[in-house]
Each structure stands twice: as C-alpha cells, then as structure tokens.
Design a protein around this ligand. Structure first.
Ligand code: F3S
Length: 641
C-alpha cells in the first residue's frame, strides 16, 4: 500500500530514491505560467534554445497584472501571446480568469504532474494532481523537457471526518489547519487528505484547501480522485480524462492530523499573517470598510453563488465597498445564467473582471487605517498596496455577512443557510483559450521596449569576500524582498528597472549600499523567503550583487530560486550566531568554491575576522549550479560550463 502522492511520484520518477530527504527528479506532464512570472520564464526558455515545449500541455495565463495605465503591461501581454503561439503553448488572455481556476476547469487531469510558476499551483491537488509551485526557471526547464528536482517530502495524512456545518466552508478548514500548524507547519511536507469527510467536499472545496496549503509552507497538497472528481470533470465536459486514484488508509502515513469537519466554526486570519487565526466570534463588531471576494482561493461558482444567495434581496452596508473578482469567465457566465449577478449588482457590489486584481495589489487598495476583509489566501503586510493595511482573510460566507452589517459578523447570525446546486453541466465557453500554432508555422514574437534581455552572471570565486548589505528577522516574505504593486509588476521583464525596488519597504538604503560595495550578503531569521514563487526575489537581488543569503532556515521555493540564480543559501549551524552578525559586517568564506565542489556540509565563515560555522544543505546538483553562477550558465541543466 502507498499514498496517492507516492503512487503519482513513482509513476513519474526519473531519478533518485523515494526516501525522505533524498533528492528526486520527476517528469512533468503539464506546466502553467502567469504573466508576473511568465515573461521571465519565456525569456529563460528562449535562452535555452528549445523551439517548442516538450510537455503534454503548457499554458500561459495572463491574470496577475491587468491594469493598463501605460504601455508596459499591454506590451507584455502581446509578447506572451505571440510567444505562446509560436512555442506550442496554450494562451489564456487577460480577463479569462485566474490561472488556477481556469486550469481546474479546462486542463487539470487526475494523476498528472503539474509544475507552475505560481506558489498556488497546488490548487490542482483538489483534482488529484501532484501540482507544485516553482520558480520560472524551473518551469522553463520543465517546458524544455527537463525533469523537476525536489527533496522527497514527508507525506502527512490529514484525516477528515464528519461534514461541514451550515455557514462553515472549505476556507474554514484550511484556516483551522493554519491555526494549528502555522505558516511553517507544512515545510518539507506534502499534505494528503483522506477519510470519510473527503467525499463531502466538492472539487472546488478541495481546491480551496489545497490552494492554501501553500500558506502552510507545504510542497503541495493532494486529494484522491473519486466519484466527486468524476462528476466535476463531467460538469466541465471532460469525463474522458477522469481516472480513479483510490484514497489512502491511515496505515499509509507515519503522521496523521485529525480534522472533524462537523466541529469547525467560522474562522478568520487577522492582520498580517495567514496563521493569525481566530474564531470569527472573537473579533465580531470590528468595523469593515472593504470586502473583497475572489482570488484563486475562493472565486469558484459556488463561492460567488453563495454570496449572491446571501445578498439576494439585501443591500450592503453604506460604509462598505464590496468588490467581486470572479475566478474565471466561465464562473462569471454561469453565475450570470443562474441569476446571481443580478443579486450581487442589486445589493451594491462592484463587479470587476476575472483575475487576481487586489490579491496582488493591482487595484482595490483599501483606504488608510481601514479594515479590508478578503477571501484571498494571503495578508502579508502591505500586499494590498496600502501601508499599514489591516487585511483579514475569511470564507465567502463571513465576507458576505460583513458586507451586510459593515462589521465583522459571525455568518451564523444570518439565519437559514442558502443551498447552492452546482450545475450538472456548466455552460462552457472556451473560445477565449487560444491553442498554439501548428509546428512549423511561422510566428513573429512581438517585443515591446519593456522586454529586456536576461542578465549574465559570473561563476562563484575561489574565495568569497563581501559585506552584509542587510539583516532582517523571521518570516521575511518574497513581498518584503521584491514587492508587487502597480508601479513594480509592469517591470517584471526588465531586471535593471525592477531591481530598483528590492527591499525598499524594509530598508531604503539597501540599494545604495549594494551598489557601493560590490558583492554582499543578506542575513535572515527563520522561514526566510516564505510566500510566493516570485523568482524576481532572487534574480533582482543577484543583479544587485547579493551572492550569499545566510538564514536560520529557508522557505522551499525561494531557496530553489536562490540556487537557480547562483545565490548561495547558507544556514547557521548555531542559530544563536544570528545575533553576532550585523549589517555592514565583513564576511569571508575561504576556499568556498573548492569546499562547495568537494561536498563539504559545513563551512567556516569569518565575520569581521571571527569564525562561526554555517551549513550547506545542498545536493551535488545544487552545488554545480551555484559554482557555475546559476542554472542558465549550465547548457543542459546538469553540468556547469
Ligand atoms: Fe492570483 Fe492571488 Fe492567487 S495573485 S494566483 S489570486 S494568490
């Protein structure tokens, strides 16, 4: 017997032993990219020289930055469209929907592997996929037919029993897990769901739970593929791709987390971390000025229809701006057909196009010193685009209750729980999805002035010396390192320009120090680099001269991105040595290159001449990449130039 996860990995294993902590390589069936990371992934793919993708399916989505306040985003969107057409990649244009929602609807297949340049790619786990978020370069390599390397994670069972009570939904399940496990609780793990409670959850419910496994730091989350999966695929007209993946048993897991769905209550993640979870009833009465419903966590047909049904015949509070971001054009169309759109509009909702929008700070920034209640997956400080923001994360039900009363309200006060009937067959209008050109057909790649060439990086020196550019604390997110926002995201394909924003919210002096000092280091605490798959959070610091990152521990995707761009991630052997290092200190790593290639697992680091020890938690392949100065300096992804 083995878990669903292990069965999928085994069927895709290219190299390595499936033993905990061993590096393995798996074949990738499908890839997805989105515009914030996709332009760079395309440029990287191009730099590899492959004429066309080698996957079963690759899709390029435009969903993150849909603002067109000048030419930059529109240029990038046209570049992505032409690049996809000419390289065997499907294209989902702006307004078609959020990558994860559209992928569930149109492309996801149980038992397949999916690698996406977005940290919420695990959403596909709701459909029985092994769906993993990675940096754009890893995804570009997968598009070129290379396997994906990862450390074999521990597979932890989440045993679901019971059935969700009225007014409690999938978001409350994952918020409960965040309450128990924190944003670090899933690091190095895959969460696999099993038990009788699973069959009470629809595929969109499962997708919501799998989606926010990313907030736990998990490599991914996996659900079995069963009759519920089959009926979801049938509703999408895709029964043909269904295959059963039998749920695991308790004996298949070493560690099990028990969740009684029937005992859950409405939950809320308070500012400004997804794991600051409390019962909604604990914070009732807090005035709310904005309610936003959408994102890859909660923007399915069910999510919008439950809100529409709650608001039917009601008006939103006059102090509240209710923002609705449908997950996809299909969701919007079917909610319209079912009458939900009219209920939302009459209640006073502001309807926006399908896409990420406010979730990535592209519009919908809340007013100063106000509370925003969102069905989104993350509420890191400032992510909304407003300084000192007060963003809470909730279910669609709790969001609707706050929109009506103008304050945080336990939705169970709303009376009878509306019942939503999922259509047996969704109206499917996929004309917007654009298939690639046939091989051999010529296609001009359209490059506007915002598309800049990929920078070149040097190999690691024999002995490295540099300055600590910056010291930061625990749980630093990729938003801290390389913020998003409407000024910054349009520069995603222009590294010299986007690098001007690195660490600016944390320390405005960072760039000047980096520019004056040659190469240097950043020192961090625990869980450094949590959050998104944003490879610019590695690439732009590297462009500014950061060669070393030294932390108590790293988040998985960020660590992989650091390695891909030739930044050496070092871990304190003694975490207390963190207190010995300050910004401005001189660091020396004698014989670094030789020690790196010899496989040394610990290195002496001289801090202003005094020795401390650091650990190298790297595979032999990682060492080669770092020695070469980054993955793109290695022509076949396996050996340095
Ligand atoms: Fe988009 Fe927010 Fe998800 S930016 S992909 S909706 S986390």
């Amino acid at each position: 017997m083995s878990t669903v996860t292990e069965r999928i990995i085994k069927a895709h294993l290219v190299s390595g032993k499936m033993a905990l902590g061993e590096e393995i390589a798996i074949r990738i069936d499908q890839t997805l990219t989105q515009d914030a990371t996709g332009t760079m992934a395309c440029l990287e793919f191009e730099a590899m020289g492959a004429p066309s993708v080698h996957t079963e399916l690759s899709v390029s989505y435009v969903d993150h930055n849909l603002l067109q306040t000048d030419y930059k985003n529109a240029d990038d969107h046209r570049f992505l469209q032409s690049f996809a057409a000419g390289h065997g990649i499907y294209f989902s244009p702006p307004g078609n929907g959020i990558c994860h929602q559209v992928h569930l609807e149109a492309f996801g297949v149980p038992g397949k592997t999916l690698l996406g340049s977005d940290s919420h790619t695990p959403t596909g786990g709701g459909l029985g996929m092994l769906a993993i978020g990675a940096g754009g370069l890893d995804v570009a390599l997968a598009m070129a037919g290379q396997p994906f390397y990862l450390v074999m994670p521990e597979v932890v069972g989440v045993h679901l029993i019971g059935r969700l009570p009225d007014w409690v939904s999938a978001k409350d399940v994952i918020l409960e897990l965040l309450r128990r496990l924190t944003v670090k609780g899933g690091v190095g793990k895959i969460l696999e769901y099993f038990g009788p409670g699973v069959q009470t959850l629809s595929v969109p419910d499962r997708a919501t739970i799998a989606n926010m496994g990313a907030e736990l730091g998990a490599t991914t989350s996996v659900f079995p593929s069963d009759a519920v999966t089959k009926s979801f695929l049938a509703s999408q007209g895709r029964t043909a791709v269904y295959r059963s993946l039998r749920a695991s048993n308790a004996e298949d897991f070493k560690e099990i987390i028990e969740v009684d769905l029937g005992s859950l209550t409405p939950k809320i993640a308070c500012p400004s971390s997804p794991d600051k979870v409390r019962d909604v009833s604990d914070v009732e009465g807090t005035p709310v000025q904005q309610v936003a419903i959408g994102s890859c966590s909660n923007s399915s047909y069910r999510d919008l229809m439950i809100v529409a049904k709650i608001l039917e015949g009601r008006k939103i509070h006059p102090q509240v701006s209710l923002e609705i971001n449908p997950g996809s054009r299909q969701v919007l169309e079917n909610v319209t057909i079912a009458g939900g759109l009219l209920s939302l509009i009459r209640a006073g909702a502001r309807m926006h196009q399908s896409g990420c929008l406010g979730c990535i700070g592209m519009g919908q920034a809340p007013a100063t010193n106000t509370v925003s209640l969102r069905t989104f997956p993350r509420n890191f400080p400032g992510r909304s685009g407003t300084k000192n923001d007060q963003v809470y994360l909730v279910s669609p039900e709790t969001a609707a209750a706050a929109a009506i009363y103008g304050k945080i309200t336990d939705p169970r006060r709303l009376g009878d729980y509306p019942k939503i009937r999922q259509p047996r067959h969704f109206v499917i209008e996929n004309r917007q999805l654009q298939a690639p050109l046939d091989p051999g057909q010529s296609c001009e790649i359209i490059r506007g002035p915002n598309i800049q060439p990929f920078p070149k990086f040097t190999a690691i020196p024999e002995t490295w010396e540099g300055q600590v550019f910056l010291k930061v604390g625990d749980n630093i997110t990729t938003d801290h390192i390389m913020p998003a926002g409407s000024q910054i995201l349009p520069l995603r394909s222009n590294i010299p320009a986007i690098s001007r924003f690195v660490y600016q919210a944390v320390d405005p002096g960072f760039i000047a120090r980096a520019e004056q000092s040659g190469e240097g280091a950043v020192v961090g605490g625990d869980n450094y680099g949590q959050g998104s798959s944003r490879e610019h959070a590695a690439l732009a610091p590297r462009y500014l001269g950061v060669r070393i990152k030294l932390a108590k521990s790293f988040a998985r995707i960020h660590k992989a991105n650091l390695i891909n761009f030739g930044i050496l991630p070092l871990v304190f052997e003694n975490p207390q040595d963190y207190d010995r290092i300050q910004s401005g200190d001189r660091l020396l790593l004698p014989n670094l290159r030789q020690r790196l290639m010899a496989g040394d697992e610990r290195l002496p680091l001289l801090v202003n001449g005094e020795e401390c020890w650091v650990r190298l938690e790297l595979s032999p392949r990682h060492r080669q990449i770092i020695a070469a100065g980054g993955l793109l300096n290695m022509p076949d992804g396996n050996s340095p130039k």
